[in-house]
Design a protein around this ligand. Structure first.
Ligand code: CA
Ligand code: CA
Length: 536
């Protein structure tokens, strides 16, 4: 959930000497990098921006007047938008471009660099011709960008906020550190996939795993304006400041709400129940609407909370709501012999969350799980059909958050005794808002307790794309569902050529088909495609 749309913002702070009144017909552009006054090694950045009433169709990069490759263009540049407030349509323009080339492909000494900007009306403008000195004996300091917080004048933060960006170095990045007011705050997690960055540096494949993220706990600072700096260090110890931002922190007990993530079910899932006529016994304690030996849909996720300094903040409860009605609460936490575990509880182990939130005291035990019994809810009067699931997480200060968000998670309730096809499953790849490029193997698993799955169908943005291969071993699924036949071989995979999709957000939906041809949706997942056409 730390992946964001705003990518690749340049780090150059803009220029007071730009004229803020520009006529609409002008071609206004700048090649900001590479700087001709320094010697280059490692990755030589080629970066700038273009404003023109025509549309940029491509930007070619030339070294010694030889075509190299295309630059990635159409990148957002808040600083340029702020510098040209009167330029027509400026709010909808993404004027930035960026790429780079490996200095090691060229001899030591002077080389010319320039770009050619192609416009939709056929004009071609040469831009920024300069001579740069390449010296491959130098150790280049890391290159990178701080995407979040972005370049907007001041960034308001409270609670937990993500510091996100990328860093590359031909020697390898040793670490990325976050500084507050000149003192080190924490190191970032480094190595997340960034296909957009590898598109930016086509002759440097290692750039694919250049993403970093740090979740900063602002309650460890005083309220007010602070200087945030991010520094990348290469394996030889050379460091570089890759971003500097002003952040304004304002924390109080009413805005320090819990936060978290709902892992499963996924959106659009058809959730089914059994014993749909059996009203669950009014249990003494815990009072949870569950029938013995019925089909259970686990609802899983994690949540954390922050408080002001005098009160470090803790999650005090989580509740599973169906259409706004609370049905399950972690107040009913109990050991369950069927699951051989604690269910309807908060505080289950989450080592993955602890890795991303190392400074949060409760991160290691931030998990929750509810035993949603759709059949029991149907017996209690909830109708089959569309419903919205939400998990409400509250703290001791009476603030709360809804997961996965105020809009909730759309699902469909059905009853297995209506002889509909019942199946359930999961999409493991892509993850939510993943960036993908080229050939990608979508994968997950699918199971049916009462019927046989004959095929798995893959749908993107509502269009049937093809059938997944089904039957891959999934010992992890077998461990969770040992009582379902064939759970060991429940994995599915589908190889998707993402170059057939536009560079935009898409929705993958996976459905199961039984031998009678009946279909049921297992899940949907949203992802972004980032492909670059490298041919001129
Ligand atoms: Ca280096
Ligand atoms: Ca709180």
């Amino acid at each position: 959930m730390w992946r964001w749309v705003t990518r690749g913002l340049g780090i150059t702070v803009l220029a007071i000497f730009l004229t803020p009144t520009v006529l609409a017909q002008d071609f206004v552009a700048s090649l900001e990098a590479p700087d001709p006054t320094v010697s280059w090694s490692g990755v030589v950045p080629v970066r700038g921006w273009v404003l023109d009433p025509g549309q940029v169709t491509k930007i070619e990069v030339y070294v010694d007047d030889q075509f190299q490759h295309l630059a990635n263009h159409g990148l957002p540049r808040i600083d340029i938008i702020e510098a040209f407030p009167n330029y027509p349509g400026i709010q909808n323009i993404a004027p930035g471009f960026m790429t780079g080339f490996l200095a090691s492909r060229f001899s030591n000494g002077p080389h010319t660099v320039m770009v050619k900007v192609y416009l939709s009306d056929g004009r071609v403008n040469e831009l920024g011709r300069r001579t740069v000195n390449i010296d491959n004996t130098l150790n280049q300091s890391p290159l990178g960008n701080l995407d979040q917080p972005d370049l907007a004048a001041i960034y308001n933060a409270s609670g937990s906020f993500p510091v996100v960006g990328w860093a590359v170095d031909t020697d390898g990045i040793a670490r990325v550190d976050v500084y507050i007011d000149g003192g080190i705050m924490q190191s970032a997690m480094y190595g997340d996939a960034r296909p957009d960055v590898s598109n930016t540096f086509p002759d440097f494949p290692a750039a694919l795993f250049s993403g970093f993220i740090a979740e900063v706990d602002t309650t460890r600072m005083q309220d007010g304006v602070h200087l945030l700096e991010v520094q990348a260090v290469d394996v030889l110890g050379m460091s570089k400041l890759i971003g500097r931002r002003q952040v304004q922190i304002f924390n109080n007990e009413t805005n320090l709400k819990p936060f978290g993530y709902l892992d499963e079910p996924q959106r659009d899932a058809v959730l089914y129940g059994t014993q749909c006529q059996t009203v669950p016994p009014v249990l003494i304690s815990p009072a949870i609407p569950v029938n013995n030996a019925s089909h259970i849909t686990p609802v899983r996720g994690w949540a954390l909370d922050l408080g002001t300094r005098s009160n470090t903040g803790r999650v005090s409860y989580a509740e599973l709501m169906v259409d706004g009605v609370r049905w399950f609460s972690t107040d009913d936490c109990a050991f369950n012999t069927i699951f051989n575990n604690y269910v309807n509880c908060y505080g289950l182990p989450r080592y993955d969350v602890a890795r991303f939130y190392p400074t949060y005291p409760d991160a290691l035990r931030s998990g929750f799980v509810f035993t949603l019994d759709v059949g029991a809810l149907l017996a209690l009067g909830v109708r089959p059909g569309n419903h919205v699931l939400k998990v409400r997480v509250g703290d001791q200060q009476q603030t709360f958050t809804e997961l996965p968000g105020p809009q909730g998670l759309p699902v469909f309730f059905s009853c297995a005794e209506d002889r509909v096809f019942t199946a359930f499953g999961f999409i493991d790849v892509p993850t939510t808002y993943d960036y993908v490029k080229g050939m990608v193997t979508f994968q997950g698993w699918a199971l049916s307790e009462l019927s046989t799955i004959s095929s798995i169908e893959v749908v993107v943005d509502g269009d049937f794309i093809g059938q997944a291969q089904y039957g891959f071993p999934r010992p992890d699924v077998q461990q969770s569902y040992p009582f379902i036949a064939n759970s060991l071989n429940s994995g599915w995979r589908f190889t998707m050529d993402t170059s057939k999709l536009s560079n935009a957000r898409h929705r993958l939906t996976v459905r199961a088909v039984n031998q009678g041809g009946a279909r049921t949706e297992l899940a949907s997942q949203d992802f972004y495609v980032q492909n670059l056409n490298l041919t001129p």
